[in-house]
Design a protein around this ligand. Structure first.
Ligand SMILES: Cc1cc2nc3c(=O)[nH]c(=O)nc-3n(C[C@H](O)[C@H](O)[C@H](O)COP(=O)(O)OP(=O)(O)OC[C@H]3O[C@@H](n4cnc5c(N)ncnc54)[C@H](O)[C@@H]3O)c2cc1C
Length: 374
């Protein structure tokens, strides 16, 4: 169905007014999808795209992140990954912003023999799930990524992983949404949302996309990343274990390189720590010695929205009175990857049509305490 027909269908059948609370990559993607489908949309956020979205490395790497017991999450990630090329092309065309989507895959690398055992263990799971994995010996690794240390033990190539620049994606989404973004905090109330200036914006549907805050079953998991610039950037995304320390290195097209990420659960102010930076830089320099001469750009710490089973919360929140908001939260380490499928799920829920099957295991009611606490 072309866009005009689709919009006409929505107009005839079910044009809804939707207020999205939270303007990170999730809230903005949902709003954009709804707008494209012909709905009326407003996004409320006092500081859009400055939460976890601002720190994210932009790996679209369900294979590189997969772990035992998280097979449903892997399937959701693979579904969303498949949506990314069309999603990015469409957004670029409408916004005029290049989002730097790159499709060079992930190199999973083990620095020593124990590290390589860990890498191979996660590959066994991937192969069971039908993900293509290409084992590489040391020579094959260096041919693919000549900047890797001569000390690496080995690794594999996951050809289907991609990466994107989340800050550019946010710029593009903000451009297409324009003045539909209201720079204020909001809370859901009967019939819409209450803004911090006291106004109520009426809405048929409220979507909660507030990242690491605002839902009782979501907890903040601090992550730190470092940005550097170098003429010797790797051509692939490299994820590695370096003597037990996990690290990844994600190159952008303009020579910027993101080195990440720490993972810590502690309350308090989100600021990068000396210990976190030292561990990441030490591991990254051992892995790719050329990074030694890279120029430092910045270090950023933000809170990932974690859930008890690491999966997102996608669905209508029952049992909260007549409001029944739609939740699009708890995306933890994968909110950038999962943005397109989340937007598709939220649109289906707004239109009261069946969401994609892969989202079924992620209903928010699987946790008792998924109540809003804005
Ligand atoms: C260091 C790091 C690296 C990461 N790397 C990757 C990666 O490579 N790939 C990947 O897929 N994911 C990655 N992630 C995870 C990803 O960043 C998150 O899953 C994603 O950003 C979640 O998006 P979000 O929109 O839900 O939350 P956020 O981006 O945190 O946005 C939430 C927004 O809600 C707003 N808000 C909160 N309460 C209110 C309120 N009451 N009213 C109005 N607005 C409100 C906030 O201001 C904020 O802008 C990374 C995260 C971190 C921290």
């Amino acid at each position: 169905m072309n866009r005009v027909n689709r919009v006409n269908r929505v107009n005839r059948v079910n044009r809804r007014s939707v207020a999205v609370i939270g303007g990170g990559i999730i809230g903005l993607s949902c709003a954009d999808e709804l707008l494209r489908a012909g709905h009326e949309v407003v996004v409320c956020d006092p500081a859009p795209a400055t939460g976890a979205t601002h720190a994210a490395a932009g790996m679209l790497a369900p294979a590189g992140e997969a772990w035992f017991g998280e097979e449903a999450l892997l399937r959701l990630g693979l579904d969303s990954l498949a949506r990314w090329p069309e999603y990015a092309a469409n957004l670029e065309q409408r916004s005029g912003t290049d989002v730097d989507l790159r499709s060079t895959g992930t190199l999973l690398v083990g620095m020593d023999r124990d590290d390589l055992i860990d890498v191979r263990r996660s590959c066994a799971l991937l192969e069971e799930s039908g993900v293509r994995v290409e084992p590489l010996d040391r020579e094959a690794l260096w041919r693919r990524e000549p900047g890797l240390s001569s000390r690496v033990a080995g690794g594999v190539w996951l050809p289907h992983d991609r990466h994107v620049d989340p800050r550019r994606v946010a710029v593009a989404l903000l451009a297409v949404l324009g003045d539909r973004v209201v720079r204020q905090r909001a809370t859901p109330v009967e019939g819409g949302v209450l803004l911090e200036d006291g106004r109520v914006l009426a809405a048929d549907v409220v979507v909660l996309a507030t990242g690491a805050t605002g839902l009782a079953s979501v907890r903040a998991v601090r992550g730190e990343v470092i940005r550097v610039r170098t003429p010797d950037a790797p051509t692939h995304m490299v994820r590695a274990r370096v003597h037990g320390q996990p690290v990844y290195v994600v190159p952008r097209s303009d020579g910027e390189v993101v080195i990440g990420a720490t993972e810590e659960e502690h309350p308090g102010h989100s600021a990068p720590t000396v210990g976190g930076m030292a561990r990441l830089l030490d591991a990254a320099r051992q892995l790719l010695p050329g990074l030694d001469t890279a120029e430092f750009i910045d270090a950023v710490a933000r809170d990932r929205p974690g859930t008890p089973d690491n999966g997102p919360l996608l669905g209508v929140l029952e049992g909260t009175g007549a409001q029944r908001p739609i939740v699009a939260g708890g995306h933890y380490r994968g909110g950038v990857l999962l943005a397109p499928v989340t937007a598709a799920v939220v649109r289906a829920l707004v239109e009261e049509s069946p969401p994609p099957d892969v989202a079924a295991p992620f209903h928010p009611d699987r946790f008792e305490r998924t109540t809003p606490c804005l």
